[in-house]
Design a protein around this ligand. Structure first.
Ligand SMILES: NC(=O)c1ccc[n+]([C@@H]2O[C@H](COP(=O)([O-])OP(=O)(O)OC[C@H]3O[C@@H](n4cnc5c(N)ncnc54)[C@H](OP(=O)(O)O)[C@@H]3O)[C@@H](O)[C@H]2O)c1
Length: 279
């Protein structure tokens, strides 16, 4: 396939690039410097020039706390961006996959969120991502929305991705014990993004590693167990104690109603994925 990937310096984008290239795809990887997805004309120019079979939108404004004081940047990248890309994909008849987030849910549910649950995003980042889902689908009914959550992977700068490096240096970390999610390995997500682009089934998918989910503290404990790090370096805390600017769901565990029914095997368990990552 000829695949165009946006946000090509990001964690998921890099995993997607590696996977697509390993399959022999022709990949056009555009960093933010190459293409600002909020720029309507630039998006149309890039896509009409490249004429890809599919676009994987991995670009996003991902600073959840920063979004609270920089609403414009968040909405430009996370709402205008997917809409521009969807319209441009429509104009060249390309499949379109765009990544969304578990944060579209408010976190009040006990158990796993599925596609039957109504989004109720809290905070600017979450609302901008939900807006992006809606606008992409409205612009192009062939849009495929992939909600994922708690992503970790090579090159990632988020807490889950850098945790092992901090612990390896013998430094302590605070880990929240009262927020739960479904960890997802960027490499596994990337493989599924490519498969969904090929299947070209316009739906909202929930894509996470298998297992019963965990808390940040549970994830950190598993990192210590697998990596052989001192568990004494973990300082358990609660989400309220951290007083972060943006609200976050206390529970954002997700399950997919569609993937297995459509023939997609469950992704590996997050603990096995973590072993792979740490190796
Ligand atoms: N990380 C998670 O735990 C998590 C959880 C759920 C969903 N997601 C979603 O997963 C997707 C990928 O996330 P990630 O973790 O790979 O993020 P990431 O590492 O922060 O990468 C995002 C990339 O998008 C680029 N970008 C930002 N604004 C842009 C714009 N207007 N035009 C083009 N590129 C732009 C960024 O460039 P700069 O670095 O130059 O800003 C960065 O390279 C995003 O949709 C995110 O919302 C992530």
């Amino acid at each position: 396939m000829k695949i165009l990937i946006t946000g090509a310096n990001g964690m998921v984008a890099r995993a997607a690039l590696e996977h697509c290239r390993s399959l022999g795809d022709e990949v056009i990887a555009l960093t933010r410097a190459d293409l600002d997805i909020a720029d309507h004309d630039a998006v149309f120019a890039s896509i009409s020039d490249a004429r890809p079979d599919a676009v994987l939108n991995c670009a996003a404004y991902t600073d959840v706390d920063g979004a609270e004081t920089d609403r414009d940047s968040s909405y430009h990248a996370n709402a205008d961006g997917p809409e521009n890309l969807a319209l441009a994909c429509k104009s060249v008849d390309a499949a379109f996959v765009t990544i969304s987030t578990d944060y579209v849910f408010d976190g009040l549910k006990t158990g796993f969120y599925t596609q039957r649950d109504t989004p109720n995003p809290q905070g600017v980042y979450a609302r901008s991502k939900r807006e992006g889902e809606i606008r992409a689908c409205f612009a192009y009914s062939r849009s495929i929305i992939v909600r994922s959550g708690w992503i970790f992977g090579k090159g990632g700068t988020n807490f889950l991705s850098v945790m092992s490096g901090i612990l390896a240096e013998g430094r302590s970390i605070q880990a929240i014990g009262d927020a739960y999610g479904t960890p997802t390995y960027a490499t596994d997500l990337a493989k599924r993004l490519r498969a969904l682009a090929e299947a070209d089934l316009p739906c909202t998918f929930h894509v996470t590693n298998s297992g019963s989910g965990t808390s940040y503290l549970g994830f950190a404990e598993k990192v210590c167990e697998i990596g052989g790090f001192d568990r004494g370096l973990l300082r358990p805390t609660s989400k309220d104690d951290l007083r972060r600017p943006a609200p976050r769901p206390a529970n954002s565990k997700m399950a997919c109603l569609l993937s297995e029914r459509l023939g997609f095997a469950p992704l590996q368990n997050w603990e096995d994925a973590l072993k792979e990552f740490l190796a």
